[in-house]
Each structure stands twice: as structure tokens, then as C-alpha cells.
Design a protein around this ligand. Structure first.
Ligand code: 4NP
Length: 160
């Protein structure tokens, strides 16, 4: 099982959105037995909460379920368990590396690293900007490209 963890600050806006979008890609492609996805925050303020209503609304508008998503904080075990740890911005990435020195560089990425044509790699935090549709569009592009990357590297393009 290949494991993907999306990480943001609060785990209520951006990373649960990415988890829901990525989960839908896996499901539509029938890859549930091969790829699993989860999300977590680097902060602990919202542990146990469902996604922000802005995230739920934009997901609903795009016919993507947010069922079963509840905020949690990233753990040291996650660093071993997950194959891809995907941050939403460079601050998140720094916080992940701060959890343990010497994490392999290739294990921790930023979602928009997978979208070369977008130069600003930081997904703006909608908790502060209120712009959930802008974030959705970035998350959707990032997730699609990450998914294709994973399939081509680990599954020989199966399902496409
Ligand atoms: P997220 O947004 O990292 O995309 O989930 C935030 C949610 C909550 C807070 C910050 C960012 N907060 O400070 O409570």
C-alpha cells in the first residue's frame, strides 16, 4: 500500500481538501487497494474538528465527499509510515522537517512542486484569505499531477 499524507497548519482547510480530492481520484480509478491517503496539521488548535465550512462547501459544489474527515496533528510515526508527505506551503514543509532532523529530502514535498507552470509554490491559507475557490483550483491541479506522478512511478501507469 502506497501512503500519501497531506499536511497544512490547522488540518481544517487546505489539507483535508486535498485529502478529499485525492481520495476521489483514487476511488474513480479503482485504486483503493493500492493507494491510501490521509491528512494532518502541524498545529493542534482544531484537533477532532470536521473541515472548515468553506472547505466543505467548495467540495460539495464539486461533488466530492468530506465524510469522515476530522483534524489531527502530525505525529513522528507519520514520518515513517507515509511514503509521500505533501505540504501545502513552505512553512508547513519547514515544520515537518523540524519534527525530525535528516528526513530524506524526497519524502517531503510541496503539492505545487507537482505543477511546474505555477511558480508560487505556496497555497494561500483560506482561513485568512477566505478564498476557498482559488485554493480548490490549486489543490485540484496539484492532486491530479501528484496522482499521475505516483501512478507512473509506482504503478506503471495502471488505470489511466
Ligand atoms: P489550514 O488553515 O492550515 O489550511 O487548515 C488554518 C486553519 C486554522 C488556523 C490556521 C490555518 N488557525 O490558526 O487556527
Amino acid at each position: 500500500m502506497l501512503k500519501v499524507l497531506f499536511v497544512c497548519l490547522g488540518n481544517i482547510c487546505r489539507s483535508p481538501m486535498a485529502e478529499a480530492v485525492f481520495r476521489e481520484l483514487i476511488k474513480r480509478d479503482g485504486m483503493e487497494n493500492y493507494i491510501m491517503v490521509d491528512s494532518a496539521g502541524t498545529g493542534s488548535w482544531h484537533i477532532g474538528e470536521p473541515p472548515h465550512r468553506g472547505t466543505s462547501k467548495i467540495l460539495r459544489e464539486n461533488h466530492i465527499s468530506d465524510e469522515g474527515l476530522f483534524a489531527r496533528k502530525i505525529t513522528l510515526k507519520d514520518l515513517d509510515e507515509f511514503d509521500y508527505i505533501v505540504a501545502m506551503d513552505s512553512d508547513n514543509k519547514e515544520s515537518i522537517h523540524a519534527l525530525r532532523a535528516g528526513l530524506p529530502e524526497e519524502k517531503v514535498s510541496i503539492l505545487l512542486d507537482f505543477v511546474p507552470e505555477i511558480k508560487n509554490k505556496n497555497i494561500p491559507d483560506p482561513y485568512y484569505t477566505g478564498n476557498f475557490s482559488e485554493v480548490y483550483s490549486l489543490v485540484e491541479k496539484g492532486c491530479k499531477n501528484l496522482y499521475e506522478h505516483i501512478k507512473s512511478v509506482h504503478f506503471n501507469g495502471h488505470g489511466s
